[in-house]
Design a protein around this ligand. Sequence first.
Ligand SMILES: NC(=O)c1ccc[n+]([C@@H]2O[C@H](COP(=O)([O-])OP(=O)(O)OC[C@H]3O[C@@H](n4cnc5c(N)ncnc54)[C@H](OP(=O)(O)O)[C@@H]3O)[C@@H](O)[C@H]2O)c1
Length: 331
Amino acid sequence: MKVTERRVARALRPGGPEVIEVSFEQLPPLEVGEVLVRVEAVGLNHAETLIRSGSYAVRLPFPFLLGGEGAGTVLAGGPEVTIPPGTRVCWAAVLGSCATFLVVPSSMVVAIPEDVSIEQAACAAVAGLTAGGLARVWPLQRGSTAVVWGAAGAVGRMLVALLADRGVHVIGVASGNRVDALRAVGAAYVIDRSTEDVPDAVRADTKGRGADAVFDPIGAATFQASLQMLAPRGCLITYGELSGPAAAFDLNQLFPSSVFVTKYNGTRWVEGIHEFADFISQALTLASKRPAVISEIAGRFSLDEVVEAYRALESGPRGKVLVIPGHITSE
Ligand SMILES: NC(=O)c1ccc[n+]([C@@H]2O[C@H](COP(=O)([O-])OP(=O)(O)OC[C@H]3O[C@@H](n4cnc5c(N)ncnc54)[C@H](OP(=O)(O)O)[C@@H]3O)[C@@H](O)[C@H]2O)c1
């Protein structure tokens, strides 16, 4: 069967999930180094919601193609491609992934190990890439202490595992029984934010010193608490705004402990396509050895249900939301 067109989701204008539409478009012929992939699972990411709002630091012209990560099977390769058809692959940072098919440079896709499923790979690609970059930001080493908020989330689990494997004492923050998953990925100490005061628990575990680094994807709701948890000359690494952007703050707040604050931008920490592939491969290897590094799946939606899928993403899911383009809704 020759595939010449695809169905793809796009955001037509700034707004909520209701601005998303699925339409047909012609696929371009394969150029040198490109592969045609049948998309079998798409991982949704919070950044897409922020970009679609039209008021985020990252602006894309509308309409823009949705979906930044996924997994599927290579159907064909253009000239000079060495990946055989039938290879299962995943990818991150490829706009237009929320679709039935994708044409993508072969250098952007990573082969999935046999013992990792398509769905697991679709959950791991952006998380692996982001955690890999985040783990570089501060010179944490054996014996350092790091706090990871949202540690049971997709990025959080990978980050906990990468830091713990380096000998860092990781304090993972999650809610309810998700703290069990944190222990399984390597956290040395876990805090249930639904029943414990997080700064108090961090102080208790660090004997009052605080952490060398705090990784915060939450933003407004946790920024002040994160600052309080830092050890002298520690660093707060903010990399998301799940509760809204952190408010402006007084620089004098940094003075007592001479601490640092940075806002993570992956394009400044991960360089070149080879690093993308390396970080995603590292995440897949971790997933095959320690499946708990992959977040739970909170929901699966067909491409026709894409609006509901983004609504689910925006409702604070406990786990990854996937679009399964071939998925048929059972009535
Ligand atoms: N800058 C980048 O390059 C980049 C790339 C990818 C992702 N991100 C950002 O990283 C963040 C995490 O992404 P993800 O895919 O891992 O998300 P996720 O799987 O949805 O996990 C986020 C977790 O954070 C916790 N959480 C939510 N609201 C909270 C609150 N108000 N206070 C404390 N904890 C809260 C929840 O876990 P518990 O209920 O268990 O605590 C939630 O499951 C997002 O902000 C995303 O935009 C940034």
